[in-house]
Design a protein around this ligand. Sequence first.
Ligand code: HEM
Ligand SMILES: [Cu+2]
Length: 538
Amino acid sequence: MGQPKTWKEWVFTLDHKIIGIFYLAASLVSFLVAGTSAALMRIELGSLGPTLTEDAGVYNLWLTMHGAVMILGFQIPALLGFFANWVVPIMIGAKDMAFPRVNALSVWLLWSGILLALCNLIVPDSFNGMWTGYPPYSETDFAGNTALYSLIIIVLGISSVFGAVNLACTVMFMRARGIGWYQLNMTVWCVFTANIMQLIFVPVLAASVLLLSLDKYLGFGFYDPGQGGDVLLYQNLFWFYSHPAVYVVLLPFLGISFDIIATFARNHIFNYKVAVWATLAFIPVSSDVWVHHAFVAGLPNWLRTMQTFTTLMISLPFGLLMLSMVMTLYKGSIEYRTPMHWIVGMFFMLIIGATTGIPNALSAIDYGISDSYVIMSHFHYVMAISGAMAIFGGIYYYFPKLTGRMYSEAMGKISAWLFFIGMNVVMGPLYFIGIEGMPRRYYDYQMFPQFESMHALATVGVAITTIGVLIMLYSWLHGMFRGEKATANPWQSQSLEFTHTDVIPGPGNFPTPPVMPEGWSPYSYDKTGAKGGSEARR
Ligand code: HEM
Ligand SMILES: [Cu+2]
């Protein structure tokens, strides 16, 4: 029995691969909605004065949708939904996730959350309090439907927690015989670590927004100084989750990038064990830096100094992972297919993002740049665009396994470079006007007429990016219906999802349950780039 045929078989499926495809669909719908919001914002900001709307509240709605849907609807479902669901069980030789019914529940909760978020575009009192939802504004009527905001985050949170338990149990208990912990792909380690972080931090976010609605609709006073509450409590709770959340995004996209690089460089992962421990180190290291989001909120000096130090500490595990990634290319016989082009672009964006992060971590400098385009541009480089490039590169990498067909390499590569160039033309100029004082979240900038040319340039960048995205989408559609038939292992990868499955893996994934020989590794390439004999490399 192959792919589901009737709508009932699709909707009521328990197969992790089909559930993974539902996550992917939700993620791509989110990207298109949040991407359109970004384009509207950039058209509005492309010149001084009102362009598309006279109403700053409408701009706030676009920005709220953009930020919230890009992170919670596009990136996290793509990485911890699609890649975790579709790829991880096959990489470890499992026939499915540990709890298939819970898995189905998780994806339908995600879709419910996404549909609720889309409702925010049509309800009369749309929530426009930004993805951060800071009180006191979010507790006023001006902010709109705060209850909807809280509900969306809680529904998505429950979906994530179920997914995290499922994934963690799958990796711990469903590995095929012969696959030990040090034989796991980096994708598995990174997705596993990110899910452990979701288990720890998501409940705090859910609590913070629940208290928000209790305050607004039932008159509690958690965040109301007039009732002995504290608005800063919200900022602390929100970022206690949301800073680790950036690694919930970063780690899985680094894992996918590692696997793409190892396959196309035909090399073992450099310093594999160190890379594994550097990944796990993100759990403790990322949990005590959240105050850098509130350096200008009047918190005590000792706390700012301490968290300046802990924030800088993140460079250690991050640096080790970057070294491993680059050195996996070293002495490799590298083949630059489309996925590699997206990953090279990702790497460039990530390194710019990481280096621009260091001055932001210094509270003395942050005083001058907090809430400016310096911060906005920084996180687009270090997480948003680098993450998007890894996700799209990963989709191209698994496209033959998902569809049984190949895509056009020419279109794949052109879309990668248009997206890369376009987003640098957007975020590069904005970084520099940020240094000169351009604040983020401003609907207009009449007081800074000198920034108009750079804003206009950034809007041209969005046009270039949009063409890249359209070519990418077309290349997928064209590939799905007209692409050359694929083989089971088009990249000659040594990883299980390519070596032991059919072109499109069927139910149960493996014709026969895999049993891996002693010393097997998903990265066992030798000097000729052929399989086995990875010892030569070490
Ligand atoms: C695809 C191209 C993208 C473009 C052109 C874009 C553009 C923008 C712009 C112009 C802003 C700032 C507006 C302002 O401060 O007034 C913004 C904010 C933001 N973007 Fe993007 N972005 C893109 C992709 C992404 C992605 C992939 C993410 C995923 C994480 C993301 C997350 C955010 C967040 C969280 C904010 C802050 C929202 C806030 O201030 O509350 N963006 N984006
Ligand atoms: Cu942070």
